[in-house]
Every structure is written in C-alpha cells, then in structure tokens.
Design a protein around this ligand. Structure first.
Ligand SMILES: *Cc1c(COP(=O)(O)O)cnc(C)c1O
Length: 403
C-alpha cells in the first residue's frame, strides 16, 4: 500500500486533502516524496507564517526540548512569563491565558465573556448572550459549531449549546439591533478567513467597537488567522484603529512548530478567572512558550509584518492584473488573498489540483475561492512564479471551455 492508501484505510475521513505526500519544508517551499518542490500558498491556514522549519525556531525548539518540555501549570517555569510579557506588550493587552489550539482559546474567550457578564456587568444567571456573525469560523468544538452558519459543521452534532445570536457580517446596524441588556460580547473576525477571505466594509470594526463601548459589551476579535502580520499589520484590528477588549491568537503564534494559542484581555475581564476555573494540561508549557517567544522575536527581527504589507500589495496587484473571465474578484489584505472564481466556469478544487501540477500548493475555500496565503518570508520572485502558474492554469481552463 502506498501512503495515500494507508491513510485512507486508517485515518478518519474528516478532510479531503490534495493527493500529495509532503516530506520536507524550508521557507516558502515544501517537497513531496518524489522530490518534487512546491510553493506553499496555504502555510497551514496561516500557522506557518515564519516559513517551514525556520532555523531560529528549530534551534529554540531543540534546545528547549533538551532542557525542559512539559511540567503542567502546577509549577512555575522560566519560559512562560517572558513569552507572555512580550506578546502582551506587542498587542497592548494587559494579560493573557495560554492554551494550545485556536478552538480552545475561543472557548476560553466565551467562558471569560459569560463569567464577566454575570460577575461584572450584572446579567441574570444563565441569560448571557454572545453575538457572532454569519459566515464565522471559530473552530470545531460543540459550543463553537453551535453558532456556525454552516449546516455541515453542526449537522447531527446536537444538542447544540444555546446563548448565541447570529447577525450578518459587515453590518454594524445589525449589531446595534441585536444588543440587549444580556449581551456579554460580540465575537468577530476582522476578515473572515474560512468564509473565503471576506472583507467587511471599511470602518466596520471601528463602528462595532464604538457600539460595544456604548452598550458595555466586550468586543472580542478572533485573530487566530488574521493576526501576527498576516494582513500587513501585527493585528488586523489595527487597520481600523481598534483595540479590542479581548483578543484571540493561535496558528502563527507557535511559529509553525507547535500549537500555541492565547486569550488576551483587559484586566477586569481576565480577573474573572480564579484558580480552578479553567485550565489546560499543555497550555503554556515550556516547549511551546520557548518556541512562541522566539517566533515573536523572529517576527520583529525579520520585519515580517512590514514584509506582508509590502509583498501583499505587490501580489494583490499582480493577481488583479490577470485578465481572465474565470475570475470574479481578487481581494485581500497583506499576504491574505482570496481569488473568487466564477462558479459557472471553474471550480476552485480543479484550479488547486492544476496549480499543484505546476508546483504551487493551495486549497479551495468553499467551492469558489482559491486562497493565496503564503509564509510571510516569501520573496517577490516566488510570488512571480505563483502568479505565472495561476495564469497558465486559467489559460488551460478557459481554452478547454471555449473548445
Ligand atoms: C483556524 C481558526 C480557528 C481554530 O483554530 P484551531 O487551532 O484549528 O482550533 C479559530 N478561528 C479562526 C479565525 C481560525 O482561522
């Protein structure tokens, strides 16, 4: 049996991967088991913003792995505090609670918001509401899928968790209309990644921040995917000049090496957590903290945020200049770009499969969007290579259509 067959036999079929077996990565490149090289336009849904196997991160990880890895938070360690100090100072959030995966940090934010509503805002027991947006993606736990607007994410996973209210994304008036005295928080992605790189109208987040402030509602931004330079700012909220009351980070926080996530927030919100209220065996472990601290230093030393802004603008221009009637829209910010195809003329899956045969790896988001979110260490020449491959795929496809 080859690797694909073996995986098909033993692994749950909860993904539909492209038929390629990756064995090695370096920077923006990955290699398959035949030695074929690809440019990685996925970067693991933005978890690999630093590029694959960044030498400084490999070093930090192996040194820490040889010294101390997991002790649980039953004890203090010398790596957690420096990591949290750096990320709190970078984001302007006073305090952080470490978890591992994104979904866990989202759950942490939901728990914080509910407890804050009862203990600080004065909402009656079990009445707290959290407002979320249609098209959201915040992870896969039962509570999180309970407020997804994607039927597949929650079909036959009930009974679902109550206490959430969906509004349409990008509509600040809908937020104002949905807020009640029981509203604890508004949870939102500054740009919706999994929905297909969906950008709200300019000024949306600033308006939401103003409404939340006026009604004593916590604005919690899920920047698991948009954060840490992906959109050309450290945080995507900065495009709107917004400092959220709660911030969720994950993915790139672990430098593409480890699952590391955080819920960061105001003092009075984080103060709701007392010993025993919440926790995670692996959250904030020495190995994760050492790698994440080094990842944040690399972000600064290599000016990856600025690089994302500059190269993102370049890539967006190059992609928008492509003349093809298969493309409906190219949109994005920084190195977070979605190419919306005309569903009548092309499937995103097919474009991704053909890109693969030309040495570029991406993945469709829904049926119509091809994602371009490379590691932030990508070069202009590598962007040119990607754009050329895409042009040639589009030419092939439109040639076939007109035949
Ligand atoms: C990926 C993602 C999550 C979930 O993170 P996991 O590590 O997969 O649990 C949550 N929110 C957003 C915006 C994401 O992109």
């Amino acid at each position: 049996m080859n690797t694909l067959q073996l995986e098909a036999q033993y692994c749950a079929h909860n993904y539909h991967p492209l038929p390629v077996v990756l064995v090695k990565g370096e920077g923006a490149y990955v290699w398959d088991d035949n030695g074929q090289r690809y440019l990685d336009m996925m970067s693991a849904y933005s978890a690999v913003s630093h590029g694959h196997c960044h030498p400084r991160l490999v070093k930090a990880m192996s040194e820490q792995a040889a010294r101390l890895t997991i002790v649980s938070r039953a004890f203090h360690t010398d790596t957690l505090a420096p990591f949290l100090q750096m990320i709190c100072e970078m984001t302007g959030q006073p305090r952080a609670l470490p978890m591992n995966t994104g979904a866990e940090a989202v759950e942490t934010a939901l728990k914080a918001a509910r407890k804050w509503a009862y203990s600080v805002k004065g909402v009656a027991a079990d009445k707290a509401e959290i407002i979320v947006c249609d098209g959201n993606f915040h992870g896969r736990t039962i509570s999180i899928v309970s407020f997804s607007s994607e039927d597949q994410y929650k079909h036959q996973f009930g009974p679902l968790t109550p206490g959430f209210k969906n509004i349409s994304y990008g509509d600040a008036e809908a937020l104002e209309a949905a807020i009640t005295d029981n509203t604890a928080a508004f949870l939102v992605e500054p740009i919706q990644g999994e929905a297909g790189i969906v950008m709200p109208p300019p000024g949306y987040l600033a308006k939401c921040a103003e409404l939340c402030k006026r009604h004593n509602v916590l604005l919690i931004c899920d920047e698991i995917q948009t954060g840490l330079g992906r959109t050309g700012k450290l945080l995507a909220c900065e495009h709107d000049g917004v400092q959220p009351d709660g911030l969720i980070l994950g993915k790139a926080l672990g430098g593409g090496m480890m699952p590391v996530s955080l819920f960061l927030s105001r003092e009075d919100v984080m103060a709701v957590f007392e010993p025993g209220d919440h926790g995670s065996t692996f959250g904030g472990n020495p190995l994760a903290s050492a790698v994440a601290l080094e990842a944040m230093k690399v972000l600064q030393d290599e000016a990856l945020v600025e690089r994302s802004a500059k190269l993102g603008e370049y890539m967006l221009q190059q992609l928008q200049a492509i003349k093809s009637d298969l493309i409906q829209e190219v949109r994005g910010r920084g190195l977070f770009i979605g190419i919306e195809l005309d569903p009548q003329r092309a499937s995103a899956r097919e474009v991704c499969e053909r890109l693969m045969s030309k040495g570029v790896l991406s993945k469709e988001t829904h049926e119509t969007v091809v994602r371009m979110a490379p590691p932030l260490v990508i070069t202009e020449a590598q962007i040119d290579e990607t754009v050329a491959a895409l042009k040639s795929v589009l030419a092939e496809l439109s040639g076939e259509i007109s035949v």
